[in-house]
Structures are given as C-alpha cells and as structure tokens.
Design a protein around this ligand. Structure first.
Ligand code: AP5
Length: 224
C-alpha cells in the first residue's frame, strides 16, 4: 500500500498517519520529521535545511528527492509506506513518478485534507510534540495527562519552532502557492480523495479506511 497524505499545515496529516500506522505495519515517511531530526543532529543536511524550515519555506527539491529516494529503497518499505508531507511541489511529484516507474511501484491513493484557515491557526498554536517519540498533542483538543510530558514515553513536550503565528502564516502562503497545484495533478490521475479535515479524527479515518477498502487495498478490513 502506497498512500500520500496531502494538505496544508495543521490539517492533521501526522495525526492520521500515526493512526494508520497503529493498524497497518508500514512506515510513515514524513519529510518534515526527517528534516527536524537532521537539524537537531547538526548533520550536513540539517545545516542546509535549517534556515528554510525555521522560516516556513520549502527546502529545495533536490535535497528532498534524494532523501525520499534513499528512504523508500530501505527494506522496511517493501510492503508499502505512507508519505506525510511529500510531495509538496509539482517538481517533487514528477520526480516521484519517475522513481516509481523505475521501481515498478504505483501510488494507490492520495488523501487531500481540506481545512479552514481559522482551524489551522487554532490547532497549530496549541500543538505540542514529544521530543523523544514524536507523539503529537494539542493543548485544546488532545492535552497530555501531565503538563509538558508525553503520555506514551514520558518525554518532554515542546512547541515546534515553526508553530509561531507569523511562521504559520508563511507556511500557509507557501502551501497555497507551491503545494496546492498537486490537488489537480492527482485529480487528473484519478487517485485523489478529498476529506474535510475540520471533522474529528475518527470520522476522517473512517472515510480514508472505506476508500482503501473500496479500491481493494484493504480486504475484509485487513491489509494482507
Ligand atoms: P511538516 O513537518 O511536514 O509540516 P506541515 O506540512 O506544515 O504539517 P504539520 O506537521 O504542521 O501539520 P499536520 O498536517 O501533520 O498536522 P498534525 O497532525 O500535527 O514540514 C515542516 C517544514 O519542513 C516545512 O515548512 C518545510 O520547510 C520542510 N519540508 C517538509 N517536507 C518538505 C518537502 N516535501 N519539500 C520541501 N520542504 C519540506 O495536527 C496539527 C494539530 O492539530 C495537532 O496538535 C493535532 O493534535 C491537532 N489535530 C489534528 N487533527 C485534529 C482534529 N480532527 N481535531 C482537533 N485537533 C486535531
């Protein structure tokens, strides 16, 4: 199963990716997480990506395509994977098409999460993430049991550097300009399902799961 989660910042791509991953044993490839880890470790890639991520701009396509190409050829990706936050430009989508052609792989479905501007600002300003396991919380909608501590691993919860209001606005502008053209790109390929992301997680998940069942990726509510 190969699926793409597409949508603006704060649409809940990471949250739904975690939910799918808890039921289906395939990896989530989140380019944002890979970049944040690289920045934290001070690697070469991290040094190159830092100024883009902190200011809410997109990291140049050439770095991203290389990251993804390397990652999807790892052994845990054999049965499929979930892209969260990739592709993000038409160039990235075209590069992915070429890589998939070479590897004889196909995208099963692209889920586009549509969400209002107000909800994005509301959700992202209250988001907290675990520094140890990456779990996502929301101080308003899904608060941790103990303030600033992860329920799952006890790690410290922090606010992402790019979750300040000004940077969120910049990320939304970048999304509208560079990423939203992907909606029609995948619509034309007839593999796009639109989901209203203002609804709660369970309702969104049900639509996604039903669609995967409908197209035969999940059989009898099981993957394999
Ligand atoms: P990335 O990490 O991918 O950020 P993003 O796409 O902006 O998306 P977010 O992670 O902010 O939001 P999300 O949709 O995952 O929402 P979440 O589930 O957390 O990218 C960061 C940066 O890296 C980019 O700006 C760029 O610089 C760079 N980058 C990454 N990929 C790149 C690429 N391919 N090319 C170039 N550059 C790249 O949910 C948000 C909040 O809402 C959470 O608090 C959650 O608890 C809450 N929530 C979720 N669903 C619900 C619900 N139904 N009801 C109530 N609350 C909810």
């Amino acid at each position: 199963m190969i699926i793409i989660l597409l949508g603006p910042p704060g649409a809940g791509k990471g949250t739904i990716a975690d939910k799918i991953n808890s039921l289906v044993p395939i990896p989530v490839i989140a380019t944002g997480d890979i970049l944040r880890k690289a920045i934290e470790s001070g690697s070469d890639l991290g040094e190159k990506a830092k100024s883009y991520v902190v200011s809410g701009k997109l990291v140049p396509d050439e770095y991203i395509i290389k990251i993804v190409e390397d990652r999807i050829t790892e052994s845990d990706c054999e049965k499929g994977f979930i892209f969260d936050g990739f592709p993000r430009t038409i160039n990235q989508a075209k590069a992915l098409d070429l890589v998939f052609k070479r590897l004889n792989k196909d995208i099963d479905q692209v889920f586009y999460f549509d969400i209002s501007y107000e909800t994005i600002i509301n959700r992202l300003s209250a988001r907290r993430v675990c520094t140890r396991c990456g779990a996502i919380y929301n101080l308003k909608y899904d608060p941790p049991e103990k303030a600033d501590l992860c329920n799952k691993c006890g790690g410290k919860l922090i606010q992402r550097v790019d979750d300040q209001e000004e940077t969120i606005k910049k990320r939304i502008d970048v999304y509208n300009e560079e990423t939203s053209p992907l909606i029609s790109y995948y619509e034309k390929m007839n593999i796009l399902t639109k989901i209203n992301a203002d609804q709660d997680l369970e309702d969104r998940f049900k639509i996604l799961w039903n669609r995967l069942t409908e197209i035969g990726v999940i059989k009898n509510s099981k993957l394999w």
